[in-house]
Design a protein around this ligand. Structure first.
Ligand code: NAD
Length: 325
């Protein structure tokens, strides 16, 4: 089995690659893995250090929007798992145009390359943010796409290209839509690593608005196991939500993080709310549970482990924060 992992040097993609090469996905112990990554500010070869000596890993630096490169790299692979994307909502608000070339056009070119190279299966890693915001209840995969940020609009565009490549050309492409992830190696612009690394340094944490926005948090390892399950047991053309984590308001999450450092609300600086800030996300994971998905990492345990990881690996995040990109 040869798997092309695009965006495999980022937070979630590198977790997937590390777990695949460590034999943690049964049946894939011999998988050959090609990582194709542009190494944007969010891509980091340090994320692959634990597996860099593995002879089953090959790294190619490049862009998923580069059709010529894809025509060289894609042939011979059995599957493509696409993590490559611009991912930070705040950056999409200040630079919406930057999110189209990778998230929309890059995904389309990758689908075309998969078709041309007769790659058996593509898994597109999408997000629950494509559904918009929900006041009560949970989204099933049948909900309409109502994205509110340029980030989620670009991800929704990619999802629609996946549907079109399946319906028009019969490509076996499967889409996953996961809730918010947390864990080690997450770029320190995202809420949990930003707050944790600020608190390690005795700095205040910036909380948007009233902090009542609700997010469903899932450990990155549970997300990656869900992706692998969809690759293994999912059906062509289908979409699978991945959730089952814990729902918390940003205030509640902040409280837990403050408690982990033994400090109080004096460490919180309130900042103006993000424009178009979605109030609540919540996915119904019934469809993926029906093919065997079950999250394993309890939130308290996962959060404590993540805090420990950032405490134990200051060199990893200090370099990124100092670069200030
Ligand atoms: P990340 O920003 O940490 O990593 C993105 C990776 O993609 C980086 O390694 C970057 O260098 C690479 N990349 C960007 N543009 C590229 C291009 N044109 N060609 C090749 N590589 C490129 O992101 P992440 O948090 O690991 O997210 C991975 C995927 O999961 C994304 O598609 C995201 O939409 C999705 N997702 C993320 C979350 C979350 O909470 N982080 C939740 C649900 C879904």
């Amino acid at each position: 089995m040869r798997i092309l992992v695009t965006g495999g040097a980022g937070f979630i993609g590198s977790h997937y690659v590390r777990s695949l090469l460590s034999g943690r996905h049964p049946g894939y112990e011999d998988a050959q893995v090609t990582v194709l990554d542009k190494l944007t500010y969010a891509g980091n070869l340090a994320n692959l250090v634990p597996v860099v000596q593995n002879p089953r890993l090959r790294f190619v630096r490049g862009d998923i929007a580069d059709a010529r490169l894809l025509a060289e790299v894609a042939p011979g692979h059995d599957a493509i798992v696409n993590f490559a994307a611009e991912t930070h909502v705040d950056r999409s608000i200040t630079g919406p145009g930057d999110f189209v070339p990778t998230n929309v056009q890059g995904t389309q070119r990758l689908l075309q390359a998969a078709l041309d190279a007769e790659v058996r299966t593509v898994v597109q890693v999408s997000t629950d943010e494509v559904y918009g915001s929900i006041d009560a209840g949970s989204w099933t995969e049948a909900e309409p796409l109502l994205p509110n940020s340029p980030y989620s609009a670009a991800k929704a565009g990619a999802d629609l290209f996946c549907r079109a490549y399946h319906r028009t050309y019969g490509l076996d492409v499967r889409v996953t839509r996961c809730s918010n992830n947390y864990g080690p190696y997450q770029y320190p612009e995202k809420l949990i690593p930003l707050f944790v690394t600020n608190l390690i340094d005795g700095q205040p944490v910036p909380l948007y608005g009233d902090g009542l926005n609700v997010r469903e948090w899932l450990h990155v390892d549970d997300h990656c196991r869900g992706i692998q399950l969809v690759l293994d047991k999912g059906s062509p053309g289908e979409v699978y939500n991945i959730g089952g984590g814990v729902e918390l308001t940003n205030r509640e999450l902040t409280e837990r993080l403050l408690a982990a450092f033994g400090v109080g609300w004096e460490m919180v600086s309130h900042v103006r709310d993000r424009p178009g800030h979605d109030l609540r996300y919540s996915v119904d994971s019934g469809k993926i549970r029906a093919i065997g998905y079950e999250p394993r990492v309890g939130f308290d345990e996962g959060l404590a482990e993540a805090v420990r990881w950032y405490r134990d690996n200051p060199d990893w995040w200090r370099r990124l924060k100092a670069a200030g990109r």
